[in-house]
Structure formats: C-alpha cells, structure tokens
Design a protein around this ligand. Structure first.
Ligand SMILES: [Zn+2]
Length: 472
C-alpha cells in the first residue's frame, strides 16, 4: 500500500516518493494579508493541513513552509493590494500587514489548522529575491528596462508546462498591454521600479523598487526547502500565471527541477460562483464562526475532496454538523466506557480497530480522499456503537485508533473553537455545583469535582466569599 498524489504537472496520480527518505518538504502559497480571511481560505488551508497531518501520522518528518505575502501582489487594476488596504484604513502598510496576519492565524487556530513550521514574509526576504533576479539576469533569462527587470518568456520554452497554456495562446488572449517596457506581453515582472511616492520600496542594483509577486515564492522556498523539493501546493487559480512563473524563475536560476509534486485545491462556490473578495460574495471565517464551531466548519470542508469545489451555505454546514455529532457521540461513549470499566482488556477490539484503520488509510492513500475516509470513520463508529451496545470488551487500543484518525489526521475534536464553546461558563457552573455539594456535606463528590478540574488545569480556591477559580 502506498500513497498516491494527483500531480498537476503530469495530470495523473503518482506514487509518492520523497526526495529524502522519511522527510517531506512542502510549500504552500500563503495569504496576501490585506483583509480578513474568508471561507475560501479555510478550504485551502484546512486541505493542506490534513495533508501535513497525514504525512506526520505516517511517520514522516515534515517541514511545512507557508509564506505571508505582504508586498508586490497586484490587483488587476495594477494597485498593490497591501497599499490599497493601507489607504482604505489610513494606516501604515506594515500596520495593515500586522493586523491581518494576526487575524489570519487567529482564524486558522479556531479551525484547528496547525501553524506552518516557517511563515516567511516577502518583505523580510528582499535580499534573497534580489539575488535570485541577479541570477536570472546572469543566466540570460531576464532583462532590465528603466529600473524594472522582466523574465524573458521567449527564452524559456517550457513556460506553460504546468497550466498547459501556450505562449502563443496567451498572446492572442492577452488584453491590450500598455506596458511598453516588456519585449513580449507574456513576460512578467521580477522587479519593479518604484515611483517616488510608492510606500514600500527598497534599494536594488537597478535603483529603488519592489519585487514582483511571483519571485517571493521562488526565493523563500529555495531558502528553506532547497532548490528542489517534494510538494508545492496552492489554489487552482494560481496555476497560471503564479505557479507557472515560479517554475520558470526557479528552474532557470538553479537549472534543476523545482517541484516534484504539484497539488492544487479547488474553490468554494456560492450559488455556483466562486467565493472571492473581488466578487464580494464572500463570508469571512469570523462570520461563519458566529454560527458554527470551528470543528463544524472544518468537518464540512473535509467532506469534499480537496480537488473538488464545495458549495457553501449555512444549510450545508448544518447538515455536516449533524453527521459530526454522531462521530462525537461515539467518541464520548467510548471514553465513558473506558473510564467506567477498569477491568477492560487493553486489547479488546484491537482487531476491529486495525481493520478500520486500514480501510481509512486506503482512502487517504488515494490522493488524500477525505470524504471517503470520513465515510470509513462512520463505518468504524457504527461498529463501535454496536460493540458498545453489546457490552463487548473494548480496550485502550480501539480508543486510541479512533482518536488518532479523528484528532491527529482529520484535526477534529478541538473543543475550544467557535462561539459559545468558551469553557468559562461551564467552569463557573461546576464550581457553583461544588458549592452546593459542600453545603450538603457531600464531601466526596465535591472533592471529585475539585480534583477533576485541577487535572484539567483549573484550580479552585475556597475563601470566605465562596470559591473562586483560576487557570494554571
Ligand atoms: Zn506562491
């Protein structure tokens, strides 16, 4: 049994073999931090989070790099997204970046998306980007005009190999390009000369300027993952031009293959139309989390394959939440049984667990097929419920197996997400219940509550005014 990944480059599923045994080096294009993250971001980063989690569960050492784009990502109008956001909010560009980077990570934490191992910022890697542009000039793949540097697509016959687009087609389809500096309309900027009043600009061998958007990913992935690495992920819409440009830049500079497996996730649709900021039909993650828990949103997204689009609606998340409830109940019942029955044999149900883990794994090995894997988890849950009802001896092995798939691989089971799930009111309730028990001199039960809370990191202090509690 081996893991197979759909590689956009070959347009087929390929058996996965890492460059270095036991290790996975993976890069995913991160957010441009100029506004609040929406459900489209949730789908993208939850999908790749499960990829990372699955590799780790299989025993690989993963280095996961996801950049923060804080300069150079232009809108179709030619405006820099960060500068536009800074003007909108009348703050410094880096204030804007700080604000929305924090918002992005907060939302990802609520969705239980693990933090990348490295989150490099484009603005923090200007020297690396300049070096790469210099290398491309030296190798003869780029040219400088009036302080800007462009990649010369005519020198790179493989341009289009990822997206399947031909340069001639791009010519025919290109909008009237008013940029007279370019030799060819398909050429793209590596470095742009900055106007005097441009807020983000740096010194370079070509004068004051700023990097083009694509160059950051080439520079930062090479720095942290090597010139050739295992997996590069991103949204389908970034295949062209962004990833095509990344390949051209990286391979023309290093003269080595850039990425071995290209993975692209599909989009979130609203009434059949892509959810996006530019279309104004987006729901921010924070808005969704007012109605649903992070776990529910996460489960809803994982019920579609990463390469399939997902139709977003409150009703669809609510339907997913019902299914999730069934799995949660199984987990709770299983835990109860294990704590209630001290005589269970550790091996009870081991065979059942092994069979279901195997089936789950087969689905995940098929290009991270989470909807099918979740289907297998429902089968597992159904068999567990039957065993629980029949009073069959179930031991730690079966509970561990269920936990691993549910928590470690799918990233579910994180209770502290979303509104209404804050633990404080529950702790207050337990503490007041304990007070009543003490008044009734039910000391044993009161102590059990105190000790139980202490084991969860909540300390109760009894005082003259009654009990108070603190964390830690
Ligand atoms: Zn990128």
């Amino acid at each position: 049994m081996s893991l197979r990944i759909y590689n956009t480059l070959s347009r087929q599923k390929e058996e996965f073999h890492p460059l270095q045994a036991g290790r996975v080096h993976m890069y995913v294009c991160g957010p441009t931090v100029y506004d609040y993250p929406h459900i489209g971001h949730a789908k993208s980063y939850i999908s790749f989070d499960v990829v990372v989690r699955y590799f780790r569960w299989l025993g690989y050492r993963v280095r996961y790099v996801q950049n923060i784009t804080d300069v150079g990502h232009m809108l179709d109008s030619g405006e820099d997204r960060i500068l536009k956001g800074a003007a909108r909010e009348q703050i410094e560009p880096m204030e804007l970046v700080e604000k929305y980077t924090a918002a992005y990570f907060k939302a990802m934490d609520q969705l239980n998306v693990l933090r990348p191992d490295i989150s490099p910022r484009a603005s923090g890697h200007i020297p690396e980007q300049i070096e790469l542009v210099q290398k491309l000039l030296e190798n003869g793949y780029a040219y400088e005009v009036n302080g800007s540097v462009y990649f010369d697509v005519s020198k790179w016959p493989e341009y289009g190999k990822l997206s399947g687009r031909k340069v001639e087609e791009q010519m025919a389809g290109a909008r009237l390009d008013i940029n007279e500096e370019k030799r060819h309309p398909a050429d793209f900027a590596l470095w742009k000369k900055a106007a005097d009043n441009h807020l983000m600009q740096w010194n370079s061998p070509w004068g004051r300027g700023f990097p083009g958007w694509h160059i950051e990913c080439s520079a930062m992935s090479a720095k942290y993952l090597g010139e050739t690495f295992d997996i590069h992920g991103g949204g389908m819409e970034n295949q062209f031009p962004h990833h095509e440009c990344e390949i051209a830049q990286s391979e023309a500079a290093s003269r080595k293959p850039f990425v071995r497996y290209w993975m692209h996730n599909n989009m979130v649709l609203v009434d059949g139309v892509k959810m996006s900021k530019s279309l104004g039909n987006f729901t921010t993650i924070a808005e969704a989390l007012k109605k649903f828990s992070g776990e529910q949103v996460r489960f809803f997204i994982l019920q579609s394959h990463y390469r399939s689009p997902v139709d977003f609606s409150d009703a669809a998340i609510a339907a997913a939440a019902q299914g999730l409830e069934r799995l949660r109940n199984t987990r709770i019942e299983l835990r109860k049984r294990l704590t209630a029955d001290a005589h269970v044999s550790a091996d009870g149900g081991r065979e059942l667990a092994e069979r279901h883990v195997q089936l789950f794994r087969q689905e995940m090995d098929d290009d991270f097929n989470t909807p099918a894997a979740i289907g297998r988890l429902f089968d597992f849950s159904r068999d567990l419920n039957r065993a629980l009802a029949e009073g069959a001896p179930l031991g730690a092995a079966v509970a561990t197996a269920f936990e691993e798939l549910y928590v470690n691989v799918l990233g579910l089971g994180s209770e502290a997400t979303g509104p209404g799930l804050d633990a404080d009111p529950f702790i207050d309730l337990l503490v007041s219940l304990r007070n009543e028990l003490r008044q009734k001199k039910e000391w044993a039960l009161a102590d059990r509550l105190r000790d139980g809370l202490a084991s969860l990191g909540v300390q109760i202090k009894d005082g003259k005014q009654g009990a108070t509690w603190s964390r830690g």
